[in-house]
Design a protein around this ligand. Structure first.
Ligand code: GLA
Length: 738
């Protein structure tokens, strides 16, 4: 609900458990951020703006205008005029001047949520959400700024975005445009972010927030393996179950910066948006720039509550398409099975064996096109290599379909190999700075997607392959960061637009793809999980989490990913052993149990693995079918974290009606001479009784306990021998007495 309190000039935005207050002050209509926190009954907290203290407001004390600018909690700080904290908006006028200051002009409160042109964004019906459109201006710069806020009925997560319009007569340049800012008092916060690298994405990092600016960012043209477009400020005593959390997550897949600045007065400014490095957007008179959306969340109930608010928002208001609430086909991908060394016969032999075991889809990965027999060449030549695929693609797909399986395929549409027909024909289609040889990564360049003819050509190549056979799944990969940011198609003063134009083009292509092929299951991927972000989730309901599918490495990766994203989105497979990245050997059973917490599938040569592993597949398939609805749709709780205790990991999902739950326990290292482990479960109904069954340990007797007991006294996991062992524990509501 959003209300405007006219007399007090206060906007009050309420989610089920939080309130967000914005106030207009002084005759110059400065827009201040009053409050974000637990839900308030009234809108009478404007004293938090501290305008009754020196330096007051310019209307009362103009001689200290600069001091006012430097301490007032601005709702959307522009900067460059006197607020010396870092602002959200940077402009350079045609005359070369910088600095801006916004004041309130008007507002609208709308039912529902407007779309953000060209960008992924959350959505909701008129009944589900309400939006505040705040129009502000800088009349000296000829600039209007529209701040958009949406609150939803079914989650505490809310969204913000910003649109800048040139209402003057001359052009100006936007040198920076963040999408959200939050000024508040510091509370001795810690900062949580997700850090990583290739094959170890999204590890949770928590550290003390000190004075000055601390940020996480990407200038790689992708949201990246290294940092993640997410930031949370939490109180020192915040745990999974209690304590205050302020979080931001960016619905964008390109360059970003997320930061917190602790100021001289112990205020914090938390902000997020497109990274200003390499960004400069020219706005001609009358033109607008739409910045992407930030999701914001406040809770006083700890990190599990944050997680579930994000999960609800993404499941109900971001992910689209046929598969969003559906079980995904269990796939087998040939990458780690064959790498580039495959042909029709090999793929069909894998498919034949897989279909007997209950696997439902064959995905043909990299290497099926041009003369791509290694990763040195052929990106851009999206024509089937008929030497490998004898009889053509349609023949292979039909044969796979005849086995009762679906067929999926890999593309890396945004790239071009120097050794490709496409590059030989169009050397200027790769991003490059004229006069400087562009740097290769994995021996490839990035296509200049700021050019429409390039985008159209690439789309057509991908789409014509999809039109040629019954292809029901696409893995859309992107295997190198952007560098050499230059386009021969743009004038000098628009070169700073390339990275964002590139992202808009990727979004546009994926949008076209899911429109033309509405039944297609799209899985995004970027060298594993370098583009696992809410922007991509708008187009694909699942994203490949990491190239590291080792069950133990995955514990930390999946914990960090699930901190924000529903389990239904996490691409997770059972892969071969010794693991191709870390060389670790783990039991097949454990690999299966860890992959069950994601989309589930296989990435190995099913014809060559040990027979006892192969024999386990039908059982794993059955587990997937039995529990996937619960895993996909259930609330998610962290019970213990291997990344913190270095011994074991445990998470739990609970159905919305609290009648069913699944606990996953992974014993990474066995401890000698140790008793059973006591784990406090979460999310159950106190007054319900649950039958507790150890699914893969038949020796443990099934027993009945109340939810109250399981949450307060806990569940004992009997001690057992062996490293890398996993237990699945299923709880079902029952009527039985104790
Ligand atoms: C990336 C992906 C892998 C695989 C290879 C193919 O690394 O993450 O899963 O598709 O590309 O080249």
């Amino acid at each position: 609900m959003i209300t405007y309190h006219e007399q007090e000039r206060i906007f009050k935005l309420d989610t089920p458990n939080t309130s967000y207050l914005i106030g207009i002050v002084d005759e110059e209509n400065f827009i201040g951020h009053i409050y974000y926190g637990k839900r308030l009954k009234d809108a009478d907290a404007s004293y938090l703006l501290r305008t009754e203290e020196p330096p007051f407001v310019p209307g009362k004390n103009n001689r200290e205008r600069c001091s006012f600018y430097d301490c007032f909690p601005f709702e959307y700080p522009a900067g460059g005029i006197g607020d010396c904290r870092e602002g959200c908006l940077g402009i350079r006028t045609a005359g070369g001047h910088t600095g801006a200051m916004l004041s309130y002009v008007s507002h609208e409160i709308l039912e529902g949520k407007p779309e953000l042109t060209g960008l992924p964004a959350t959505f909701g019906t008129k009944k589900e959400c309400t939006t505040l459109k705040l129009l502000c201006e800088d009349k000296y710069a000829g600039m209007q700024v529209e701040l958009l806020y949406t609150v939803f009925q079914d989650t505490d997560a809310m969204t913000r975005s910003v649109k800048v319009t040139n209402v003057g007569r001359e052009h100006f340049y936007l040198t920076k445009v963040f999408s959200a800012s939050l000024d508040m008092d510091n509370r001795d916060f810690d900062m949580i972010s997700l850090h990583g690298s290739w094959a170890r994405e999204r590890h949770i990092q928590r550290k003390t927030l000190g004075y000055g600016i601390q940020n996480v960012s990407s200038v790689r043209g992708e949201s990246s393996h290294q940092d993640h477009p997410f930031l949370a400020l939490v109180e020192k005593n915040t745990t999974q179950d209690s304590g205050e959390v302020y979080a931001m997550n960016f619905v964008y897949s390109g360059n970003f910066r997320a930061q917190a600045e602790v100021t001289q007065f112990d205020y914090v400014r938390m902000s997020m948006g497109i990274h200003p490095e390499n960004f400069c957007w020219k706005l001609e008179a009358g033109e607008s720039f739409q910045a992407p959306e930030v999701v914001m969340l406040y809770t006083d109930k700890g990190l599990d509550a944050m997680t579930n608010a994000f999960h609800t928002l993404y499941r109900k208001h971001l992910i689209r398409g046929e598969y969003r609430n559906k079980k995904r086909p269990i796939l087998i991908n040939n990458w780690e099975a064959t790498y580039f060394d495959f042909d029709t016969e090999k793929l069909l032999s894998i498919a034949k064996e897989a279909s007997k075991l209950g696997i439902e889809m064959l995905v043909m990965d990299d290497g099926w096109f041009g003369k791509r027999n290694n990763d040195d060449c052929a990106l851009g030549d999206w024509q089937v290599n008929e030497e490998k695929l004898k009889g053509g693609l349609k023949y292979l797909v039909d044969e796979v379909n005849r086995l009762g399986m679906k067929f999926g395929i890999w593309f890396e549409p945004e790239m071009i190999s120097p050794d490709s027909n496409l590059y030989r024909e169009h050397p200027d289609w790769a991003l490059a700075i004229p006069g400087r040889p562009a740097a290769q990564a994995r021996q490839q360049f990035v296509l200049d997607l700021s050019r429409k003819e390039v985008v159209d050509h690439v789309y057509e190549m991908v789409a014509s392959v999809l039109r040629s056979a019954n292809i029901e799944y696409v893995k859309w990969d992107m295997n190198r960061p952007l560098a050499d940011i230059g386009s021969i198609a743009l004038p000098a003063d628009r070169q700073g637009e390339i990275c964002h134009r590139y992202m808009l083009a990727v979004y546009e292509m994926q949008s076209r793809l899911v429109k033309e092929f509405p039944h297609l299951l799209l899985e995004n991927c970027s060298g594993g999980g370098a583009r696992f972000d809410p922007g991509m989730l708008y187009y694909s309901p699942q994203i490949w989490c990491s190239d590291d599918a080792d069950a133990i490495e995955r514990l930390e990766i999946q914990e960090g990913t699930a901190l924000l994203y529903p389990l239904s989105t996490m691409g997770a497979h059972v892969s071969d052993c010794p693991n191709h990245v870390v060389g670790r050997v783990t039991p097949f059973e454990t690999r299966g149990i860890v992959a069950l917490a994601g989309t589930f599938g296989y990435e190995l040569d099913v014809t060559r693995i040990p027979e006892e592993d192969r024999n386990m597949i039908p059982e794993q398939v059955a587990l997937y079918h039995q529990y996937n609805d619960l895993i996909r749709e259930g609330d998610y709780y962290r019970i213990a974290s291997y990344s913190q205790n270095h011994k074991f990991d445990c998470w739990q999902v609970v159905s919305e009606n609290k009648e069913e739950s699944l606990v996953t326990f992974v014993q990474v290292l066995c401890r000698a001479n140790f008793k059973s482990r006591r784990l406090l479960l979460k999310g159950l109904a106190e007054d319900k009784r649950y039958e507790v069954r150890f699914v893969n340990d038949k020796e443990i007797q099934t027993k009945v306990y109340s939810g109250d007991t399981l949450m307060k006294a806990g569940l004992l996991i009997p001690s057992f021998q062996g490293d890398f062992q996993a237990r699945l524990i299923h709880l079902v509501k029952c009527e039985e007495k104790f």
